[in-house]
Design a protein around this ligand. Structure first.
Ligand code: TXA
Ligand code: MG
Length: 325
């Protein structure tokens, strides 16, 4: 197994996608853009290839991965879809939604990608480069976010290179990701649909599609069935202070709607001067990386409302601020 190799950073044109498909078929690692964040992909059917993902990320191996597929038909070969799962897939795929369903008998996704579980996370991404790669390989592609485990998810190819240079064969550069936070994860298992992770599709959108209320219950928080939802995650190195009403000396300001504009700051980014949570989600991870620089004692974060993508943004901010393991 190659641990350190030459990483090729390629503009995601047709020849680059063909080269990336070859690398995946040969058991290699390819980082590629999706509409949420960049993924670190490997052939989901090969335990050897998937093992390289865990090694490159330094990821705890009990944490299962999302298998990306090109269509609902391909997804149904891998998982058993109940009525709710079908409704959600038809409403939001391709898109920023991941469905956890029982693994289908005869599915090709290997047990290492599933971390030994009887269930499986599936997603059809809405990004032309991701879809072209899936079509070119004909494989389900296992892909977590393309960052070192516990670090901020990448929304630019340069973020991937900063974390994983030398540990991935090819990085396909498709520009900035549109959504900027990861997919919403919904489990469709016995017992009814449950949101395991807030993300690019809002709770209200899920509820509307299913025609039922999806009120946050206590069990949603830190649910054991989404083992990757560690409390401390998405973490920059600097201390993150939430719900800030001011900026302390030495702190950088991560602002929203200009709430912290009057305070001097070591560095400053306003996620959305006009208070739009979609714009803020798209800029969140890049801003955390940009403010996490030498000399900054901490990051003061302005309050972000829970409306729209605010639930996903606040979830990621809480994890960024949590005590480190
Ligand atoms: O937007 C996204 O979802 C991105 C892009 C690359 O698709 N991917 C992503 O993957 O965020 P990752 O590995 O960082 O997060 C996947 C989450 C983890 O929290 C994992 O525990 C959960 O999905 N998961 C995977 N399989 C599961 C399963 N069978 N049951 C419950 N949770 C599962
Ligand atoms: Mg991740």
């Amino acid at each position: 197994m190659r641990q350190e190799s030459e990483t090729r950073l390629l503009t995601a044109d047709a020849p680059a996608i063909a080269a990336a498909a070859d690398a995946l078929r040969a058991g290699g690692l390819v980082a590629f853009p999706t509409e949420t964040v960049y993924g670190l992909g490997a052939d989901a059917t090969s335990n050897a290839a998937v093992a390289r993902i865990y090694a490159a990320k330094g990821r705890p191996s009990f944490n299962p991965l999302i298998a990306h597929v090109g269509s609902l038909e391909a997804a149904r070969r891998e998982g058993d879809f109940n009525a709710d799962a079908l409704t959600l897939a038809r409403a939001f795929w391709p898109g920023p939604l991941t469905l956890v369903v029982p693994a289908a008998p005869g599915g090709r996704v290997g047990d290492l990608a599933r971390a030994g579980l009887e269930t499986l996370a599936l997603r059809v991404p809405a990004h032309p480069v991701a879809l072209a790669l899936l079509a070119a390989t004909g494989l389900p592609i296992a892909a977590p976010s393309a960052n070192v485990s516990g670090h901020v998810s990448p929304t630019l190819a340069s973020h991937v290179r900063a974390d994983l240079d030398g540990r991935v064969d090819i990085i396909l550069d498709g520009g900035p990701t549109r959504v900027g936070v990861e997919s919403t994860i919904v489990a469709c298992l016995a017992g009814g649909p449950r949101i395991l992770r807030a993300g690019g599709v809002t709770r209200d959108d899920i509820a509307r599609a299913l025609g039922r209320s999806m009120a946050a219950d206590d069990a949603d928080e830190g649910a054991v069935i989404a083992p990757g939802m560690l409390a401390s995650h998405y973490a920059p190195r600097a201390r993150v202070r939430l719900e800030a009403r001011d900026v302390a000396p030495g702190e950088a300001a991560l602002d929203f709607g200009g709430a912290l504009a009057e305070f001097p700051a070591a560095a400053r980014i306003d996620l959305s001067p006009f208070g739009d949570t979609e714009e803020a989600a798209a800029r969140l991870f890049g801003a955390l990386r940009a403010l996490d620089v030498a000399g900054v004692s901490g990051i003061a974060v302005a309050p972000v409302p829970m409306e729209g993508l605010g639930e996903a943004i606040n979830d990621r901010l809480r994890r960024a601020a949590a005590d480190r393991p």
